[in-house]
Ligand binder design. Structure first.
Ligand code: CP
Length: 316
């Protein structure tokens, strides 16, 4: 595996899930695979789960891990091309990326959507620089458009908790005070389309995801109707794609609460975290026995370890 950016990079999902099960059961079975190999984790944006789980996954495989928080640790990086660099950014990404590639065997990078330029975000301008110039395999730890380590962990969690072969999974938009990227819902949709589930997305009008993700997906604008008979409720806020980056609604009638969960088939509640309590989900729901948000976060180590393990195996 040379890159991990989208669902296509993981290959056969059944095989990936079987490998995830094996990794979870015996996390230290490959603890010499990464001997004398280094992974650099580069963060343009904040993280708790991704940083810790990816680091833990690499350590389980015996790797050396270096973490670089671009906003705190290095020179401020210029990411635009053709600019006169007379401002406060002394280093260009174009040199920084191949240099970082000299110091490691795998690069993992987190770079969110800026919301300043829809085309630039959806062309993945920063991630593309790493793919083209790093000279080593690249893992997305959440890019402008996708969060594939999260989606893999989400699918694995659904696999662990499902009570029927083909569960009903509902992705619901929920209110939030800030404009959040579409990366998590985009990836979740991308993975659910490939998985053996009945999948429904519910959101207010104006929150339709980009066509490359939403095409072929059932959208139900009535949240209560969507929740009926659901086995999994996956809540997430995202900003509008059509009115790019805008908050069109903060309507707390969309908050996931006990009344709506009562419409489901005793659904498990999922969220990638961090989550705003009593905006996205009520205390009662996230604190209930059916909330599996912590177990879902725990599986981030598993998804990262499968991906890094495959990359190490392909380096041999
Ligand atoms: N879910 C997730 O990616 O969490 P962090 O932003 O804390 O890494």
């Amino acid at each position: 595996m040379k890159r991990y950016l989208t669902v296509d990079d993981i290959g056969d999902l059944k095989q990936a899930l079987a490998e995830a099960k094996q990794v979870k059961a015996t996390p230290y079975a490959w603890d010499t695979l990464g001997k004398n190999k280094t992974i650099i984790l580069i963060f343009f944006n904040s993280s708790l789960r991704t940083r810790l789980s990816t680091q833990k996954a690499a350590m389980n495989l015996g790797m050396n891990v270096i973490v670089l928080d671009v906003n705190k640790d290095g020179w401020k990086l210029e990411t635009e091309f053709g600019v006169v660099m007379d401002g406060d950014k002394p280093e260009h990404l174009r040199e920084a990326v191949p240099v970082i590639g000299q110091y490691c065997d795998i690069i993992a990078v987190r770079s969110f959507a800026s919301f300043e330029d829809k085309v630039a975000d959806y062309e993945e301008q920063i991630l593309t620089q790493f793919i083209e110039h790093a000279g080593v395999p690249v893992i997305s730890m959440e890019s402008a458009t996708r969060h594939p380590l999260q989606a893999f962990a989400d699918l694995f969690t659904i696999e662990e908790y499902k009570k029927k072969d083909r569960p009903k999974v509902v992705l619901t938009w929920a209110p939030h005070p800030r404009a959040l990227p579409q990366a998590v819902p985009n990836s979740f949709v991308e993975w659910m389309k490939e998985a053996d589930v009945e999948f429904v997305v519910t959101h207010p009008k104006g929150y339709e995801l980009a066509p490359e993700f939403s095409d072929g997906v059932k959208v139900e604008y009535d949240q209560c109707k969507a929740f009926e008979g659901a086995d999994f409720i996956y809540a997430k806020n995202w900003a509008s794609y059509s009115s790019y980056g805008e908050i069109l609604s903060k309507d707390r009638a969309w908050t996931v609460d006990e009344e709506k969960m009562a419409l489901t088939n005793e659904a498990k509640f999922m969220h990638c975290l961090p989550v705003r309590r009593n905006m996205v989900v009520s205390d009662a729901v996230i604190d209930s026995e059916n909330s599996i948000v912590v177990q879902e976060a725990a599986n981030r180590v598993v998804s990262a370890q499968v991906v890094i393990k495959r990359m190490l195996e392909s380096l041999k």
